[in-house]
Write a protein that binds this ligand. Structure first.
Ligand code: DX5
Ligand code: ZN
Length: 216
């Protein structure tokens, strides 16, 4: 299976969302990555339901929703209703992670968990077979355009090893500071999905940049 590219809409032009969604539709991108921030779990507020509903009306690809919010359980149903296909919650905010993952799957979505840079992949060892996706944060969540944290390669390798020995089959997604400079090394370490925000949207030719990431 070739790797997936998920442009992060956080870096798009919000005054031209339809145009930017169509750019993603017409590119080799696989997913739309949508970052929801609440100003509590992370020190920033991004966008919520009305914007995602709007994106869903234009987007022709999988909606990968990354919740950087406290109490994600409260909103699982709402995200399903507005079109989320993959719903990822943060490990750090879930007291009952197994219950949350089950509730996401119950709604017919793929269930993901995201790990902050300081959170060990080993903390997932008892839910490896309940996961559809693990998002390894390669920056501290909250903002686009930050520098990639080098320790990520080690975490991806460790997680890929855990996946192998437990016969699990979740996808490993990398989020933050991804570019063609680190994509090959991430894929070699075991990554399956590369999220890229600024590298795509701030480039001169986003469609070509997505193709470049896909061709790595
Ligand atoms: C960070 C978000 C990322 C962000 C990635 O909190 O979860 O998805 O949009 O942006 P870049 O690729 O610019 O680091
Ligand atoms: Zn994200």
């Amino acid at each position: 299976m070739s790797h997936k590219i998920a442009p992060s809409i956080l870096a798009a032009d919000f005054g031209n969302l339809q145009r930017d969604c169509e750019m993603v539709n017409n590119s080799q991108a696989d997913w739309f990555h949508l970052d929801v921030m609440d100003g509590v779990f992370v020190p920033n507020i991004s966008f919520g339901m009305p914007i995602i509903k709007n994106i869903n009306s234009y987007a022709k690809k999988t909606l990968d929703v990354h919740l950087m919010i406290v109490n994600p359980d409260k909103f699982i149903k709402s995200f399903k209703e507005i079109g989320a296909d993959v719903l990822t919650v943060h490990y750090e905010v879930c007291d009952h992670l197994h219950r949350t993952l089950s509730a996401i799957k119950q709604e017919g979505m793929k269930a993901g968990v995201a790990l902050n840079p300081h959170t060990s992949v080993h903390l997932l060892s008892d839910v490896l077979n309940d996961l559809d996706l693990v998002c390894i944060m390669s920056v501290n969540p909250g903002f686009g355009g930050q520098s990639f944290i080098e320790n990520t390669y080690k975490k991806v390798k460790e997680l890929a090893h855990l996946r192998e020995i437990s016969n699990a089959n979740f996808l490993i997604e990398i989020d933050g500071g991804v570019s063609t400079a680190n994509a090959r090394k991430l894929l070699d370490a075991g990554a399956d999905v590369l999220v890229a925000g600024s590298f795509v949207f701030k480039s001169e030719n986003p469609v070509q940049t997505i193709a470049d990431l896909k061709a790595v």
